[in-house]
Design a protein around this ligand. Sequence first.
Ligand code: PLP
Length: 367
Amino acid sequence: MSAQSVPDPQSLVRPLVEKLHAYVPGEQPKIKGLIKLNTNENPYPPSPKVMEAVKAAVDGRLRLYPNPTADSVRERLARLHQCGLDNIIVGNGSDELLALATRAFVEPAGSRKNPRAVVQFFTPSYSLYPVLASIHGAQPHAVALGQDFGLPERTQKNWINNAGLTFVTTPNAPSGRGYSTAELEALCRSHEGVIVLDEAYVDFARENAMSLALKYPHVLVARTFSKAYSLCFQRVGYLVGHPILIAALHKIRDSYNVNGLGQVAAATTLTDLPYYRANFKRVIATRQRLSDELTQLGFQIAPSQTNFIFVKPPGLRAETWLQRLRDQKVLVRWFKHPEISDFLRVTIGTDAEADALIRATRKILAR
Ligand SMILES: *Cc1c(COP(=O)(O)O)cnc(C)c1O
């Protein structure tokens, strides 16, 4: 009687979830002395003010719920971007907001012919987008980038003008290629569905497209404190856009989606921007030097406007380079997708880390 009635746990999981190919984050290995250039973390710590503010916030208040709408963060962001509080939603990292946008603007499944059920994105770009579509039961729709990872011609017949949601990583990851505000505006103008301009790396670029989120009702700009502001650990990101789209996202988020210490860290970050701007300059200078030195060693490198470079290594296969570098305790990222499997993505670290990478590279080449 008893054993027979126990359900098979696998049968309890929705078929969609059972079949899902989950997002694969970069490794966070605990190897002593490892030079970690695989997940685009900032090599410099948060500002001393942020460290102090977070430490000072660790007291009896931990028993209380945090502010549900991250007001201290939104108020400072509104001043920074010259917009209203109702133009901003803060999330548990920008990843959460990309998922919320999928749930708010895209119909699950329905027919393949229904553009409102489509999540559109360029390839290569952030590999989370197709996963978000699949989790939601929507249709992922990939459109190939053009030559040198540029935006394709607008006349491209593969493009769905009224897709429920379109993600554009700008500057692009993993290529590092930047796009001008003018060409992004041209793309947005001729488009009808919601577009998220995912500006995770924009602080390392020449231009940003924040103005488009405040000009066009169907354009949202996503930003994160993770990469440029050294706060991956705290998980804080935000979206800027039209109050009606922003209100829709607020409606479906968790009541306390941004943790209290994260709110303290992000709000304090915004009081010390010169500290971070100095770091952007250092990262950009190291990016230039590392690009020049690797080019001399025979690497092909796409010009980068991010805190990483996308390189085609000489001689050996990229996957072999990944392993040989790892053997020397330098960890970079390799993607097992046919269209980019000849490349390695290398996060820009400190100058000392760049030197270690060059030394390891010379040793591999000398063999
Ligand atoms: C890192 C990254 C994100 C996610 O940032 P979090 O705020 O840490 O969730 C979003 N988009 C792109 C393109 C990224 O590289």
